[in-house]
Design a protein around this ligand. Structure first.
Ligand SMILES: NC(=O)c1ccc[n+]([C@@H]2O[C@H](COP(=O)([O-])OP(=O)(O)OC[C@H]3O[C@@H](n4cnc5c(N)ncnc54)[C@H](OP(=O)(O)O)[C@@H]3O)[C@@H](O)[C@H]2O)c1
Length: 219
């Protein structure tokens, strides 16, 4: 696999896309328009493996797709991108269903927690794609440099398709993750998406996003 799409021009999209370029992948960053200022600046900084286009252009380009879009509108983005463009592809979903409307810290949108998750909603929207939820429980910089958390922290993967999870784990390894736990099918994303309130409170206490979660267990 050589071609990867990154949907999203925020700090997560930029961190993931830049790391993938360093690893030698061809990367297209997608946004609402094909002349997004942040995406054009990212292309200028990242040489000829980097390109940009609309969400639909990017979705069509990649053999694997990272979803780095705002949780509130992420399902809308997949519709804008053309659901047919995701057929048979692995979607590594990093989004969180956070609601910032009542200020900080944000809360979880009740529609996508406890008995549902954004990961499952994306899988339901795109039944012919293979959604893998991962990386949503750390800050962007730690996603692509696991050791920046300060230790050998744990990452989770959730998804219905074993091959898609293997593809995701290969990339996680390239991002420096070694302690990776497969939680099972995509409904297990409920658990990791509901870790966000804990993440936000630890961030509030530390005033730094450089940390991660560690699951200790008997070897
Ligand atoms: N920030 C972190 O460290 C972090 C950590 C863990 C998980 N996450 C999750 O990762 C995702 C990305 O976070 P982020 O902070 O990088 O960026 P973000 O600001 O949450 O999302 C940026 C992307 O959302 C798109 N977008 C915003 N409003 C839109 C709308 N109305 N219609 C269509 N697209 C819209 C933007 O499109 P344009 O490109 O067209 O502007 C942009 O590509 C989020 O779901 C977040 O919860 C973030």
């Amino acid at each position: 696999m050589q071609k990867i799409s990154v949907l999203g021009t925020g700090m997560v999209g930029k961190a993931i896309a830049s790391k993938l370029i360093q690893l030698g992948y061809q990367v297209m960053m997608g946004s609402r328009t094909n002349n997004n200022e942040k995406a054009l600046a990212w292309v200028a900084e990242n040489g000829n493996l980097a390109s940009t286009g609309t969400f639909a252009d990017a979705a069509a380009f990649g053999e694997l797709v990272f979803n780095c879009t705002k949780g509130e509108i992420t399902l809308e983005v997949f519709k804008q991108a053309g659901t047919e463009n995701f057929k048979g592809k692995t979607i590594l979903d990093i989004s969180n269903a956070l609601d910032f409307s009542k200020g900080m810290p944000p809360t979880l949108n009740p529609e996508y927690c406890n008995t549902n998750s954004l990961g499952e909603a994306i899988q339901q929207l795109l039944p012919e794609a293979h959604v893998v939820k991962s990386l949503n429980i750390v800050t962007a910089d730690v996603m692509v440099n696991a050791n920046k958390s300060g230790g050998d922290v744990t990452m989770f993967v959730s998804g219905n398709n074993a091959e898609a999870k293997t593809q995701a784990v290969t990339i996680l390894n390239q991002f420096g993750w070694t302690d990776i736990i497969d939680l099972g099918d995509i409904s297990s994303a409920r658990g990791t998406e509901m870790m966000l309130p804990v993440w936000l409170r630890v961030y509030g206490a530390f005033k730094s996003p450089y940390f991660g979660f560690k699951i200790v267990r008997p070897s």
